[in-house]
Write a protein that binds this ligand. Structure first.
Ligand SMILES: *[C@@H]1O[C@H](CO)[C@@H](O)[C@H](O)[C@H]1NC(C)=O
Ligand SMILES: *[C@@H]1O[C@H](CO)[C@@H](O)[C@H](O)[C@H]1NC(C)=O
Ligand SMILES: *[C@@H]1O[C@H](CO)[C@@H](O)[C@H](O)[C@H]1NC(C)=O
Ligand SMILES: *[C@@H]1O[C@H](CO)[C@@H](O)[C@H](O)[C@H]1NC(C)=O
Ligand SMILES: *[C@@H]1O[C@H](CO)[C@@H](O)[C@H](O)[C@H]1NC(C)=O
Ligand SMILES: [Ca+2]
Length: 527
């Protein structure tokens, strides 16, 4: 054990370097063996791995070639953007190149020649991998920062989007939000989405070029101004609900909503000086590997965690096959300083020989039966080894027994079926007249109305008579003068007044015929 302590204190760097080893070979009283720790990859320059998309089509300048000028030199509109000339083109990739020396390279939009129609552009960055931000996002604008913009993020590869931060020179006017500063947030509001005016006011385009999403300021709420107390931050990330996810993204989107105006109102006579130009987008973060990997590599076009602890998946988000004797868990930053690996265990290695197929973390010994059985089986399983599906669920035949999706809900229609259980292929047991796997359909000659009922009428055997029409197989709508389930009965039989009532329509031929017919039916043909 002493050896281990020596090793750790030797190789654990300060602050952000914590949790950088996943395992080490240690000598204990019982001989040498592996020890496992929570671990995470180093932070990287994420712009090197990003794919970018700029919308709408045609927003990038230079096609056709266009002149523009700057706020500093508004009457000398001699600069040119020309997509077909590499020296004068400003494609999106120039937001992600390195420009250690020499002139800035930048993406540039068309000018605001369509004013007063708004000049809108979306810049979407995608990693196809969850990333945990570790430092500020810094966007550098070459010719003035937008007066209104918004940052959005996605956690599911762009399927859903959420606001991340609003930026405006007047937050109230642009977004109906009060202006706030990240520095003023507290421990309970560290993951609040806010509107800031700090990066949108005009200060000269050469003087203030950057717009930030302040990750460090939010970390500092827990770790102190110099981020010295990272232990406190890691403790909070582990315990405060949603805090870790707040700093996690798979995609980012900058929605540019109004360009820099040079500190004044829009001058319609010179719209060539209004446009967006972004020279760099710096995103610093690490691959999210659920504390099961300390390496993340770029393979086949995507970042992937090199999973340890017998986990697998792009984010080490599940246990390897044959290592699912308990269900998967993320590693934990706690207890400090090495955290818990929460490694996946091989079948049979834990709890004697009780396999739970990863649906339970606990086994219990039942004395009088002399068996070990899994406790609290999850994922809708049951049984000694969590090997069966709960009542109301059936086995997913394309899933392994240790798959989280192994049991599928029967979903029997409550009204159409006898009970909520189903057979191995998901078929429910239907009440009379009902059919379909879930008993939510009716057999032929039955209609659905809070269950299946035999048809009262139809177009074949149970025809409505005397010109009646069948309404949804439920009843015949009878013409005046007839009644009965199939309109088979004349009202005259029951009440002679009904027949007299028809005298007013005696004028037309049809009515006369009806009248005769009715008379005959009533047996008064010789009246
Ligand atoms: C930018 O993206 C948003 C969705 O986040 C969409 O509603 C909007 O139409 C897009 N704007 C442009 C100019 O493509
Ligand atoms: C995203 O990453 C996954 C896993 O590495 C890969 O299978 C998939 O092809 C990638 N998708 C794209 C669009 O690159
Ligand atoms: C993962 O499995 C291998 C091979 O069985 C084993 O040697 C190793 O100790 C396991 N690692 C962990 C963290 O459980
Ligand atoms: C059955 O399991 C497979 C494999 O895990 C999964 O992809 C599929 O979605 C599951 N089917 C249902 C209906 O849940
Ligand atoms: C489940 O029930 C359906 C409908 O009754 C039947 O076709 C199917 O063969 C049954 N499956 C099994 C495995 O019994
Ligand atoms: Ca650049």
């Amino acid at each position: 054990m002493l050896y281990l302590v020596a090793l750790l204190s030797h190789c654990l760097p300060l602050a952000m370097g914590q949790y950088d080893i996943c395992k080490s070979w240690v000598t204990t009283d019982d001989g040498p063996s592996w020890e496992f720790y929570a671990c995470q990859p180093k932070a990287m320059r994420m712009k090197d791995y990003v794919t970018v998309r700029v919308d709408p089509a045609g927003i990038t300048c230079g096609d056709p070639p266009e002149r523009f000028c700057t706020h500093e030199n508004p009457y000398l509109c001699s600069d040119e953007c020309d997509a077909s000339n590499p020296d004068l083109a400003h494609p999106p990739k120039l937001m992600f190149d390195s420009e250690d020396e020499g002139l800035a390279t930048y993406w540039q939009s068309v000018t605001w020649r369509r004013y007063p129609e708004p000049l809108l552009a979306n810049i979407t960055l995608s990693w196809n991998k969850s990333i945990e931000l570790t430092d500020d996002i810094v966007i550098t604008f070459e010719y003035g920062r937008p007066t209104i913009m918004m940052l959005e993020k996605s956690l599911d590869n762009g399927r859903t989007w959420h606001p991340y931060q609003y930026y405006a020179d007047d937050c109230m006017e642009a977004f109906s939000m009060p202006a706030r500063r990240v520095r003023d947030l507290s421990t309970t509001s560290a993951n609040r989405v806010l509107c800031t005016e700090e990066y949108s006011r005009w200060a000269g385009s050469k003087k203030e070029k950057t717009v930030r999403f302040e990750v460090r300021d939010r970390f500092a709420i827990f770790a102190g101004p110099d981020l010295k107390n990272m232990d406190n931050l890691y403790t909070r990330l582990e315990s405060a609900k949603g805090l870790k996810d707040f700093f996690t993204v798979t995609d980012l989107r900058m929605r540019l909503l109004r360009p820099a105006l040079g500190g004044t109102y829009v001058q319609r006579e010179n719209l060539y000086k209004y446009f967006y130009a972004v020279s760099n987008i710096e995103v610093t973060g690490r691959c999210k590997c659920n504390l099961h990997a300390n390496l993340c590599t770029f393979k086949e076009g995507s970042l992937q965690c090199e999973c340890e602890h017998n986990t697998t998946g792009q984010d080490c988000g599940k246990c390897k096959k044959n290592f699912r004797s308990r269900s998967w868990r993320a590693g934990s930053y706690l207890p400090l300083p090495n955290g818990s690996p929460n490694a996946c265990a091989a079948a049979g290695s834990a709890f004697g020989n009780c396999e739970c197929y990863g649906h339970s973390n606990r086994c219990s010994y039942i004395d009088f039966l002399n068996v070990v059985t899994c406790v609290s089986c999850k994922h809708n399983t049951r049984g000694q080894h969590c090997q069966h599906c709960r009542l109301g669920f059936y086995r997913n035949s394309s899933a392994e027994l240790d798959d989280e999706n192994v049991c599928i809900e029967c979903n029997c229609n409550q009204i159409g079926s006898m009970h909520d259980r189903c057979n191995e292929t998901g078929y429910c047991e239907c009440k009379e007249g009902a059919t379909g796997p879930k008993c939510d359909d009716c057999l032929p000659n039955y209609y659905w109305r809070q269950g299946c009922f035999p048809n009262v009428c139809d177009d074949e055997l149970l025809l409505c008579q005397n010109g009646g029409t069948c309404y949804q197989n439920q009843r015949c709508i009878c013409p005046v003068g007839f009644k009965g389930v199939l309109c088979q009965q004349s009202r005259c039989e029951a009440d002679k007044k009904d027949c007299d009532g028809a005298s007013s329509v005696r004028g037309s031929l049809g009515a006369v015929l009806l009248w005769v017919l009715a008379l005959q039916l009533c047996g008064w043909g010789d009246l």
